[in-house]
Write a protein that binds this ligand. Structure first.
Ligand SMILES: [Zn+2]
Length: 489
């Protein structure tokens, strides 16, 4: 280390040492708080030992595997607002009761309906051939007989936005931005806007339909669906995703540039009807701090092309199994709640419904964490908690380290649905799963049970069980010192 070790850092380091916390807490250069902080109570050795036992038991449990197998086999795809999603609510409510959860309830809410129809696309000229395509969720249908029009390619959304007014009149816009593989899945957030926004931007310039390159990292002829949105002030035009190899093919043909490339697109989804969805809520009641709620979440709905095994049958299984394993240790001090959200895929609709229905008890939610990033192992723990609760998180992380889990930052919103609660002021712990192959399968027909590695699934269960056990059996106030800026936005 080239710089002198500052006294401030030394004090922090000694403090951390005294609390038997990992030294990651005491980086040289850390400013100590002006006043001495009361550290969150360190995890008592007896409790830490029980957590370690639970962790080892959980990593050898096959409960999550059996749950995700059951859900994806008995129900299959669970499109938001569909009868299958309703059957999944019934199945999981029964399963949760059988596992010993109490106060098991289904909290229904209305939802604008959407159902996939037929979908087909083909290059008509100059080189006739079929294209692998799928409608984006929310897309309107093409007119009877489909749309036949020449294609204009855009490298990304900015290029589409820069196209002159009326320049796409009567044409199909093709937005060809590629997503990249990353362990933290960050490229998804940087790319997904082409799926959500392209249709209305293209429609405003006169386009009759939009095709996007799939927001996914595989090179199979399986297009990735996912939600899109229409702006209020633009015409609604059909929107679909091409499989990555088909987007490559279309781009190459356009690059030759000898003559216009004409594509025919047919989509027959049904829109404009009212559907019902719902959340499944179940508790392991606490003892002396029962009014405080530790919430583990996942979402029960899936896209309709696969069986929703990695997105998010795995998450449903992980949090259900984790909570059940915690309950086997005896009732926790705080109430441990599992929420299986409905209609996540179509815009966190279930999460907003939960927030509304439970508004009065949000202040009593002490922590939220969601499993919604596939079935591969947790590689990092991140947090979104108060600064004075960071020593507790360091002690928790110490117990996750034997699972090969590193320490991330303090900027987590805890996962997809629960981000709604984090933004409403609830502390969050994010257990980040390995995203290297998640977006190969995400929202495709290939999202099926065989893609789940039971060993990695069990590692995730161990991470959530250990975390839930420690938070639910602790006095730690994870709001202490104030939540990071992203919370309570
Ligand atoms: Zn998901």
């Amino acid at each position: 280390m080239s710089r002198p070790f500052p006294i401030a850092g030394l004090v922090t380091a000694l403090l951390a040492f005294a609390m038997v916390l990992p030294p990651a807490l005491a980086r040289p250069g850390d400013e100590p708080p002006a006043k001495a902080v009361e550290p969150a109570p360190p995890i008592a050795p007896a409790l830490a030992a029980r957590a370690a036992d639970l962790r080892e038991r959980a990593r050898h449990s096959d409960l999550a595997w059996r749950l995700v197998s059951d859900l994806t086999t008995r129900i299959g795809p669970r499109l938001a607002g569909s009868p299958a999603e309703e059957r999944a609510r019934t199945l999981m409510a029964e399963t949760l009761k059988r596992l010993g959860f109490v106060n098991v309830s289904v909290e229904e809410f209305p939802l604008p309906g959407w159902r996939r129809g037929e979908e087909a696309a083909a290059i008509i000229s100059p080189a006739p051939q079929p294209l692998a395509v799928t409608a984006l969720g929310g897309s309107v249908a093409t007119p009877a007989g489909g749309i036949t029009a020449s294609v204009v390619r855009f490298a990304d959304l900015a290029e589409l936005e820069a196209a002159p007014a009326n320049s796409l009149k009567g044409r199909i816009a093709f937005v060809d931005q590629r997503m990249f593989r990353a362990q933290d899945g960050s490229s998804y957030g940087q790319t997904v806007a082409i799926r959500v926004r392209s249709a209305s931007i293209a429609a405003a310039k006169g386009a009759v339909a939009v095709l996007i390159r799939s927001v996914g990292t595989d090179s199979h002829r399986l297009p990735h669906t996912g939600m899109m949105r229409y702006a209020d002030d633009a015409a609604k035009i059909p929107a679909a995703a091409l499989a990555n190899p088909d987007a490559d093919q279309l781009a190459r043909l356009l690059a030759i540039g000898d003559e216009p490339v004409v594509v025919q697109l047919t989509l027959t989804p049904k829109t404009g009807f009212l559907a019902r969805s719902g959340n499944v809520v179940a508790d392991i009641p606490g003892t002396d701090r029962a009014e405080e709620i530790v919430l583990l979440g996942a979402h029960l709905d899936s896209w309709d092309l696969g069986t929703g095994a990695i997105d998010d049958g795995a998450g449903v299984a992980i949090v259900t199994a984790a909570a059940k394993l915690v309950a086997e240790e005896g009732r926790p001090r705080r109430t441990l709640r599992v929420v299986l959200f409905g209609s996540e895929e179509v815009g966190l609709v279930g999460a907003r419904a939960y927030l509304k229905a439970h508004e009065k008890e949000i202040a009593r939610h002490v922590m939220v964490s969601e499993a919604d990033f596939g079935a591969d192992r947790v590689w990092r723990m991140s947090t979104g908690i108060g600064r004075r609760a960071l020593p507790f998180a360091a002690a928790l992380h110490h117990l996750l380290r034997p699972l090969g889990i590193g320490r991330g930052g303090n900027d987590s919103l805890g996962g997809s649905d629960v981000s709604v609660l984090a933004r409403a002021g609830v502390p969050a712990i994010g257990l980040n799963q390995d995203g290297m192959r998640y977006f190969d399968l995400h929202h495709t027909a290939d999202d099926t049970l065989d893609k789940i590695d039971p060993h990695q699934l069990a590692q995730s269960v161990a991470a959530w069980a250990t975390t839930a056990f420690l938070v639910a059996n602790s006095d730690a106030d994870l709001r202490a010192g104030g939540l990071p800026a992203r919370h309570g936005e």
